[in-house]
Design a protein around this ligand. Structure first.
Ligand code: ADP
Ligand code: MG
Length: 355
């Protein structure tokens, strides 16, 4: 059946309306007096006004009070430039106003069209709340990670100062005393030398401990699996909590994965020892050619995941950061009385890494 000109115009209109309504962005057209003449379905969804409440109304109703005056001036300026379209807001964040009074960040562009009935302006706009929230979270995260690093450095500096510097000062004073008393009191000198040897022993132990905190040398010396075995044993000895380690003996990950795995297990076990009051803990590591999965579970008291964290609780934050840097994700599952399960997954990019 051949289309009459009228039918095809109707069809074109219908098609256009369908297109506008299926758009992911809000599309709003206003006339020269800034009254809304077109308002698609996404605009209804984003702003919360049904189209029969929006059509014919001033565009101002969709923006917070404080932007209204400058918006009118902007549109005037845009209208006089003759440019057909441009991004709105000049790089600043614009805000929309929902029917319920809530404000939200938007990204928008505006275009103008001269028609026989006068000028029309079309604004195409999207709600970027999610993106802005994700960005804010990311920068809060970066700031917290920075704090974490500073806190770590402060702690190491304090340990160096308190333990090593003090021992060395004591040893120096003893050495002076020995020099000055060598011929006068040989017995007392011998006793003093014994004291000095004892101080040297503890100083060497402290140096090892501080260095191990900075970098798990064990990893370099022994390899990942023995280092993990040491970690599990050391954890059990210190906390009295039984710890089962399940990992393929032959597992040998290149850096940066080995350090990440070691640190994640270390931090998780420190948490079990410090917070869980558990009787058993289990560490499980499974690696395939392309993925690594790591579980640390305990049967302790668990915790309320939604409870606000103390700002200095940076352990789990550090764990997240470490994992995200390697494009992985962390899943923590805990409830009061139900133990805690930390699960970390990350892709392994071993290509180019030689055995
Ligand atoms: N295995 C666990 N069992 C019980 N509570 C835990 C466990 N791991 C973490 N938590 C809770 O989560 C909080 C945050 O942990 P974390 O970020 O490591 O900070 P921190 O250990 O310095 O308190 C802890 O204070 C504790 O309340
Ligand atoms: Mg912790």
């Amino acid at each position: 059946m051949p289309d009459s000109p009228l039918q095809s115009a109707d069809q074109a209109d219908a098609r256009l309306a369908g297109l506008l309504d299926s758009a992911m962005d809000a599309i709003i057209t206003v006339d020269a007096s800034q009254r809304i003449v077109l308002y698609n379905r996404t605009a209804e969804k984003i702003f919360g006004w049904p189209s029969d409440k929006a059509l014919g109304q001033p565009l101002e109703m969709l923006m917070p009070q404080r932007f209204r005056a400058s918006h009118a001036a902007d549109v005037q300026r845009f209208s006089s430039t003759g440019t057909t379209s441009r991004r709105m807001g000049d790089g600043t964040v614009l805000y929309g106003l929902r029917a319920d009074g809530q404000e939200f960040p938007v990204e928008a562009s505006i275009s103008q069209l001269d028609t026989p009935e006068g000028k029309l302006f079309t604004v195409i706009l999207r709600d970027v709340s999610e993106r802005v929230r994700a960005q804010e979270e990311l920068s809060a995260f970066a700031a917290a990670a920075q704090t974490l690093r500073e806190a770590e450095k402060t702690r190491v500096a304090r340990e160096l100062h308190d333990e090593l510097a003090q021992s060395l000062t004591a040893l120096k004073m003893d050495a002076i005393w020995v020099r000055d008393n060598l011929s006068l009191a040989p017995d007392a000198v011998a006793a003093r030398l014994d004291d000095m040897l004892a101080i040297l022993d503890t100083t060497v132990a402290a140096t090892r401990r501080i260095a191990a905190d900075l970098r798990p040398l064990l990893l370099d010396d022994l390899g990942l699996v023995p280092a993990l075995e040491w970690l599990a044993q050391n954890f059990s000895q210190r906390s009295g909590v039984a710890c089962e380690l399940s990992v393929d003996e032959a597992l040998d990950l290149p850096e940066p994965y080995a350090t990440a795995v070691f640190r994640i297990v270390q931090e998780s076990l420190v948490n079990v020892a410090k917070h869980a009051g558990a009787t058993r803990a289990r560490v499980r590591i499974v690696a395939t050619a392309s993925h690594l999965t790591l579980h640390v579970e305990d049967d302790g008291r668990g915790f309320e995941m939604s409870a606000p964290r103390k700002p200095q609780s940076l352990g789990l934050m550090g764990l997240r950061e470490r994992t995200q840097l390697l494009k992985g994700n962390v899943h923590i599952d805990s409830q009061p009385g139900q133990g805690t399960r930390v699960q970390v997954q990350m892709p392994l990019e071993l290509a180019g890494v030689s055995e």
